[in-house]
Ligand binder design. Sequence first.
Ligand code: NAP
Length: 248
Amino acid sequence: MRARPRSSPGSGKLDNQVALITGATRGIGLAIAHALAAESCDLILTARDAPALDRVGRELASAKIGILAHPCDVRDPHSVDALFRAARQQFRRLDILINNAGIAHPNHPVEKLPFPLWKDVLETNLTGTFLVTQAALAIMKRGGTIVNNLSIAATRVFPGSAAYSASKHGVLGLTNTLRQELRPRGIRVIALLAGATNTDIWNTFWPQAPRRKMMSPETVAEAVVQAILLPANATVETLEILPTLGTL
Ligand SMILES: NC(=O)c1ccc[n+]([C@@H]2O[C@H](COP(=O)([O-])OP(=O)(O)OC[C@H]3O[C@@H](n4cnc5c(N)ncnc54)[C@H](OP(=O)(O)O)[C@@H]3O)[C@@H](O)[C@H]2O)c1
C-alpha cells in the first residue's frame, strides 16, 4: 500500500519500551510501527527489503524515538541471529514482539499446489514466527507482550489457500502453547485474528478483491495497541477483528 499512516502525537504510554516488528515495511506491520511510535515506543523494524526499511526508518524519525531498521529474513536462523545481535547491542531489552511478517500464495487446489510454494509459506509464516519468538524469549522479561499476527484463516478455511491456512492454523497452535508456557513468566501472548485488511498481500491471490469493504491497516493497528496498553495483569488472548460486513 502506498498510502501512509502518519505517526501522530500520542500519549507516550510506551515511553522507554522497545518493540520489534517483523514485516514492518508495509501493510499491517507498518501501521503498527506508526501506532507504537505515536506512544513513544522505541522500534526495531525488520523485513527483507533493505531500501524499503531505510525509507520506513526515515519516515518514523520525526517521532523522536530510538529506531533500529535491520534487514532480516525470518525463514533463516542465521539472519534472525544477526538481527538479535544488532538489537541487543542497541537496546539491551525487548518489551513487545510483533510477529507480523507473512506471505500468502496464488490460489491452487491442494492437488496442484507447487511444493516450493507450500514450503515458502510454511517457512515464512510458521517457522519464521518460531525462530523470531525463540530468539526474543532470551531477552524478554516479565510484563512483556507477544502479538502473533495470524488471520481468520487460523480458524476458518478458504479453498485454494491450503498452505496459507495450514501455516496460520499451525501458528495458532504455537501461539496457544506459548501462552500457557509464558503465563508463569508474566508475558502476555495475543493471537491477532484479523479479517480482510486493505494491503498488498491481496495482490498475491485476489487482486480484484473489493477493497472498499476491507478494514484499513491503521484500524487493525489501533486495536493491537489498545490491547498492548491494557494493564499488565489483563490480556486479550484472542483479538478477532473483522470488517463490519463480515468475511468478503
Ligand atoms: N491483509 C490482510 O487481509 C490480512 C488479514 C489477516 C492477517 N494478515 C497477516 O498480516 C501479516 C502482514 O500482512 P500484510 O497484509 O500487511 O501484508 P504485506 O503488506 O504484504 O506485508 C508483508 C510484510 O512481511 C514482510 N515479509 C514477507 N516475507 C518475509 C520474510 N521472509 N522475512 C521477513 N519479512 C518478510 C514483507 O517485507 P519484505 O517483502 O521486504 O520481506 C512486508 O513487510 C501477515 O502475516 C498476514 O498473513 C493479513
